[in-house]
Write a protein that binds this ligand. Sequence first.
Ligand code: CAO
Length: 539
Amino acid sequence: MASNSTQTIVIPDLGGAEGVEVIEIAVAVGDTIAVDDELIVLESDKASMEIPSSHAGTITAIHVTVGDQVNEGDALVELELTEAAETGKEESEEQAEPSSPKQQETAPEQSAASMETVETVEVKVPDIGSESAEVIEVLIQAGDKIVAEDSLIALESDKASMEVPAPVSGTVLEVQVKVGDTLSEGDVIAVVEAHLSAQPETQTVSETQKPPLSSEPQPKQATNKPVAAQSTTVMPATDLKEVYAGPAVRKLARELGVDLTQVRATGPRGRLQKDDLHNYIREALSKAREGGGAIPAVPAVDFAKFGEVELVPMSKIDKVTAANMQRSWLNVPHVTQFDEADLSVVDQLRNDWKAQAEQREIKLTPLAFLLKVCALALLEHPKLNSSLHHDQEHFVRKKYVHIGMAVDTPKGLMVPVIRDVDKKDLWQLAQEVIELAEKARQGKLKPADMQGGCFSISSLGAIGGQGFTPVVNTPEVAILGVSKATIKPLWNGEAFMPGKMLPLSLSYDHRVINGADAGRFLTFIVDALADIASFEKDG
Ligand code: CAO
């Protein structure tokens, strides 16, 4: 249970560093965090470190923003402590430091004498804030000339990575560690012939007389793996574990589905920053727009060279339709199946119900019958009433039957959805067709009116044509194209008789539906239209 007790978490000892920049904030107001969860990432020009929380609770305020320069003791976040955290800790509601490992003042001591002295120094692992850490990179070799603060090795514990800098300037005599070694505080990293002059080379040199024989440098903490290269642009890593990025960037990459190994880092020492991620996505999108990747771009043509032209702006609907059609066409392996249905019975019924239609003031077109039989077909063939789950490992079977109907409007193609088609009678369906088509043509459809479709019908029957291949309205998996019914001679076994034949085309997503499924589905529709009188007695 959450309690109302609050705690201000402040910036801990930063090893004497001042004005350290906040480069990432890994939490947001409302987040519930545990002890040791990362709060922010700080980065000076030399090192970066994650600041973990000393308490568990819910974040109610964040006092810093990216780019702030912070010092020890600055307020970081406000936490509303969870009950467990309160009882588990003795701390009052005073300010508390995060439980970050402290960076120690471990500067080498150096002679203030005027003559340069040469001493052999064992450089040891300093206090690294955890029991042990693995060597992930060795940046020196015997014979190297180093100056104080040069990085010697990079260590990584389960929480953080850090570079261990040289405490003195000199020549490396011997390196005693290799990548993969597990080191603890006090282990010898290297033996260095230290050159100690009267003029201190760095500000970390103290005033004492002699350098210690063993020297503990100060670790430079970094989130994840630091990269030795000093260049500002680093080639993408090949392994995600090799990517040098903080938790906030990793989280963002996960949310956006970006493979961080593909992203070029521009931060200090090859650190991946949020901007790198944004640039990567921007580039990918612009490549896609230009038809990058596998799709060759269509060359721009100056049509005016060949005659007079006029530029007509695309409506919003035109643009949305273009994007949807391209997405569907590129993603869905389309197959189209054709058949013809005998519309004689439908026509007969429409004729029989003429008086009723006039009385109800509803125009009963073949479309209402098609909606009805498609709903029956979807109930009978649930594979067609499904979508591919975005995990690509499941089909989503829908227990409802909502059917979209393509409507031609002055502003472009719109597809309003008729809900629960299976539960409505022909008159209700005909009424809804009229109402939705009217709403569409007047531009009065709301987004909700066009959502939730399971299947679509595109009827060009009143316009003409003998057949077409409609594009699946993905994530639906099939669409029925309806062309113009015409009178054709039908052989009844003895003679040719006139029949009104309706051309139908069923386009389907071959990832979800195979030819046999589609064949059975379309045959069901053809049969049901011929037999509609048996289950639609009076509409
Ligand atoms: N064959 C022959 N005649 C047909 C027919 C068909 N398949 N379908 C409809 N008709 C007839 C109707 O019976 C009506 O004739 P009567 O007035 O004599 O009864 C006439 O054509 C006009 O019908 P309608 O268009 O008013 O009504 P509808 O229910 O058939 O269609 C709607 C409604 C909204 C679907 C339609 O108006 C429309 O917009 N169609 C275009 C859809 C489209 O653009 N599809 C393409 C999408 S993919 O690019």
